[in-house]
Design a binder for this molecule. Structure first.
Ligand code: GAR
Length: 192
């Protein structure tokens, strides 16, 4: 079967990027990462992608007048690389209509909470401070909202009373690293 061409968007460390690369290498995810897009020139994920020889489009949003301008450049790059899906892996920016329209229904996001609880920034910290007993991970289709859109998969994580916030983060991220490749593989097979 042909490999599905995906673009990964990330702003940070890239542990989910690493998990996607590992799943591709093991054959569990029948995709090819054709482009890494980052809005943070100094992000660790950019170095990782360069080391893997994955083409990168790295931009600084401050250099543009408006979101539509950098998104138009992203669309151009995506089309050059023939990307079929966009996988957000810690891309901390709302997607605007310039990008959403050509990729409607084909943009996936992972979020470290059981949405619709704790959308936005620092979801793990928000949940920890709220003292919830259960939080988790959500994978969803992206729409114009903040961490909204059709939910594809969720997995719950129990917050033990003695757990620190950093231990909770480690537990949530270990689930993310399994659930994201699995869910991407499922949805891509369904929509082929
Ligand atoms: C992940 O935990 C992901 O769920 C979160 O950013 C982290 C990126 O970590 N995304 C969001 O909060 C999106 N709203 P990583 O760079 O190590 O993959």
């Amino acid at each position: 079967m042909n490999k599905t061409k995906i673009a990964v968007f990330a702003s940070g460390t890239g542990s989910n990027y690493d998990a996607l690369v590992a799943a591709i290498q093991s054959g569990a995810l029948s995709c090819e990462i054709v482009l890494l897009v980052s809005d943070k020139p100094t992000a660790k994920v950019v170095d990782k992608a360069k080391q893997n020889s994955i083409p990168c489009f790295v931009f600084d949003p401050k250099q543009y007048d408006q979101k539509a301008d950098f998104e138009a450049e992203i669309v151009e790059q995506l089309s050059q690389m023939e990307a079929e899906w966009i996988v957000l892996a810690g891309y901390m920016r709302l997607i605007g209509s310039t990008l959403l329209q050509p990729y409607e229904g084909k943009i996936l996001n992972i979020h470290p909470s059981l949405l619709p609880a704790f959308p936005g920034l620092d979801a793990i910290g928000q949940a920890f401070k709220a003292g919830v007993k259960i939080t988790g991970v959500t994978i969803h289709i992206v729409d114009e909202g903040m961490d909204t859109g059709k939910i594809l998969a969720q997995e719950a994580v129990t917050v033990n009373p003695e757990m620190t916030e950093s231990e909770l983060q480690t537990k949530i991220q270990s689930i993310e690293h399994k659930l994201y490749p699995q869910t991407i593989q499922q949805i891509i097979k369904q929509k082929k």
